[in-house]
Each structure stands twice: as C-alpha cells, then as structure tokens.
Design a protein around this ligand. Structure first.
Ligand code: SF4
Ligand code: SF4
Length: 361
C-alpha cells in the first residue's frame, strides 16, 4: 500500500524560499547530494545529472523523459567477472561497485513521483528485492515541483495523481511568483531542506490554503480523463478475447517509444559483453512492444503478433496490474505516450474502448 506522508507520522511544515536565494540553496545541497533535475536539451526537457553550476530547470511544461532513470538507468552495469583462468575467482559474477551516496531529484513532477511508487511494487516485493533499484531508491530524495499550468496531454487527476500530488515525494515545491513554498513531507525531505539551508518557515494553515488555491486552479485546466471505472467488473478473459484489439493495434509500428517514455514501464533485458578477459553483465531497458522481448530460446514466441503485444501493454496497465495490487491503474496520466506515439495511439481512447466494451452475443 502506498503510504501518504501523514500516515508515515510526519508533521507538515512549510518553508518559503525567495527565488533570489534558490541558486545558493542548490549549491548548498550539492555538498551532501548528487543532484538530478530537468535540463533543456535539443530534443526537449530530460531529467539528468546536474553538473556543477547547472540549476534544475524550474519553468517547463512537459519533460520528454521522467525521473525513472535515476533508479533504473537505460543501461546499467550490474555484474562483472574475469575469464582469466589464472585468477582464483574467474567466471564468478560479482556485483559492480556503484555509487549509492545520497542523491536528490529536484524539480520532478508529482505524477512521476507517484509512478516511482508503482514501479516499487515490482522491484521491492515481500518475496523479492531488486538490489540495484532498491539501493538507488533508498539513496534518493524526491523534491517535486507542483504543476501550476498542466500541459495539453496531462490527465493525471483521473489516474490517481494530480498537479499537486504528494505520493512518493519528500518535498513538494509550489512556484508562487518570486518565491517557492516548500511543503516538507518526510524526514528525508526535512534533511534536504536542512542542508539546502535557505528559506524561512511559513505558517502551516496559510501555506496550505495557498497550495489548495493553486491546486484547484491547476486541476480546472486538466481537460481530459481516462475512463477505467468498469474495468474491475470485467474478467481478464472477457477483455482479452474482445474483438477490438486488431483495430487498436492496426497502426502501431512497434517502435516502443510509448514504453521508453513511460514512467511506470519497467521491462528490461540482460546482455553480457566481453572484452578480452573482462566480462560485464548489463541491464538495458526493453519493451513489451518488441517481438524479440518474448522470443524464447526454443524459437517459440508467445507474443509474435503485433496485436498480442499491443494488447499486452494495455491489459497490463489497465487490467492485470490493478487486479493484482488494487492500487489503481499502472498509469499516472502524464500523457507522454500519447504525445510521443508516431501514429497517435492514445491510452485514453483504448481505456474507453475497454471500459465500455459489452459483448452483445
Ligand atoms: S509509440 Fe505508438 S507506434 Fe510506437 S509502439 Fe507505442 S503504440 Fe506502437
Ligand atoms: S501509460 Fe502513458 S500516460 Fe500513462 S504513465 Fe505511461 S506514458 Fe504516462
């Protein structure tokens, strides 16, 4: 279950940060954290390591990529060994020494923090803990920036998040013209604000009222929604066998873009690379939209047809995941897949088709 900050037993505190002092606070935080944040590049805004002197971009509408790569890099070295048989430990895979010193993502969107909580359900379960993802997650402090002006593709309010969502964040910042007001949501957030060391404490009630006014204004500007209310009552087989999947999949070119940009997609592949006697094992992002992803060594492929793969993506997000975890859909409504799909396949339309499907026979 996703715990809200209140359930974690933390008392709310608000700090006002004058924008004139912002750069100083960021420099202070560098002393204790490796910083990540939005950066404008030629193909749009990405969440990247903030090099010395670089401030997080705090005025942007959409970022092409989310903060998922801070825990789950696109390509990550995980194990290594030597093939040199003169060495005692040859062919024994050992974990790569990765730097898990404290890191902070500053300026991420609230829906992306919620997405990380959904991904956590996959990487940190009661039976299994993915050490790479979990160690990175535990090292990270999440400092969100509320969305005052939602983008055209944002439907987060109908997907369990919203422009001022707090799930998964340690601090939520709201831009109030010449200042940021920071709402501290966890002990990790308090530690970050202590090290940030600029700002003055604000009245809790007054600050919350300001947050609520901005939140309502932002929510009013979200014009679309995802419809999923009837999905729970339909069985998996009923939806799986529905006749509309060929139409949904028709124009898909299986490029995988929708999954790579998605903050809640976590598919990966493992590859070994050998250079002379040194062998390294990598984990790389993969996509359920690719036929190779499910190709077995035997040659059999349970999802060799495009329709099967497209169906898998939507069934996983809108049916399998909600049925298994009862924490809502595996989508936070960021709209990235809608914006980026080269053939305009829209998860809101697919959800509507699934949600309203009635077999009349
Ligand atoms: S982005 Fe669009 S075309 Fe590419 S795999 Fe996803 S649904 Fe298919
Ligand atoms: S499915 Fe699309 S809208 Fe939903 S979280 Fe993923 S990229 Fe965002």
């Amino acid at each position: 279950m996703i715990l809200s900050s209140k359930e974690k037993g933390h008392t709310m505190k608000f700090i006002t940060i004058d924008k004139k002092d912002w750069a100083k606070g960021i420099e202070n935080s560098r002393k204790a954290y490796q910083l990540f944040g939005p950066v404008k590049e030629k193909n749009g805004v990405l969440i990247k390591n903030l090099e010395k002197g670089v401030l997080p971009l705090m005025e942007y509408t959409d970022s092409v990529m989310s903060a998922k790569s801070v825990m789950f890099p696109q390509s990550e070295m995980i194990l290594k060994t030597t093939l040199d048989e003169s060495k005692e430990d040859h062919h024994i895979m050992k974990r790569v020494d990765t730097n898990y010193s404290p890191r902070a993502v500053v300026g991420m969107r609230p829906f992306d923090a919620k997405a990380i909580q959904l991904v956590k359900m996959n990487f940190d379960t009661k039976d299994f803990r993915d050490p790479y993802w979990c160690d990175a997650y535990e090292a990270t402090t999440f400092v969100g920036l509320a969305v005052n002006k939602p983008g055209l593709y944002d439907f987060s309010t109908s997907a369990g998040s919203g422009p001022f969502g707090e799930d998964g964040l340690d601090v939520l910042l709201a831009d109030m013209d010449d200042k940021y007001v920071a709402k501290i949501l966890s002990d990790k957030g308090q530690d970050f604000i202590d090290i940030f060391a600029v700002g003055t404490s604000s009245d809790e009630k007054e600050s919350q009222v300001l947050f609520d006014v901005l939140r309502k204004e932002a929510e009013k500007n979200i014009a679309s929604a995802i419809e999923t209310d009837k999905l729970k009552d339909k069985t998996i087989l009923y939806l799986h066998e529905a006749p509309f999947w060929d139409d949904v999949a028709f124009s898909c070119i299986n490029c995988g873009t929708c999954t790579y940009v998605c903050p809640t997609c976590w598919c990966f592949d493992i590859q070994d690379e050998t250079k002379r006697k040194a062998s390294t094992r990598f984990r790389n992002w993969d996509t359920c939209m690719s036929s190779l992803f499910t190709s077995h060594a035997s040659g059999h492929n349970p999802r060799d047809a495009k329709t099967q793969r497209v169906r898998q993506r939507f069934m996983h997000k809108l049916k399998y995941f909600p049925d298994k975890y009862e924490e809502g859909i595996m989508c936070v409504g960021c709209g990235r897949c809608v914006k980026s799909c080269p053939v305009n396949i829209d998860i809101r339309k697919v959800a509507k088709t699934m949600n309203s499907y009635e077999n009349k026979e």
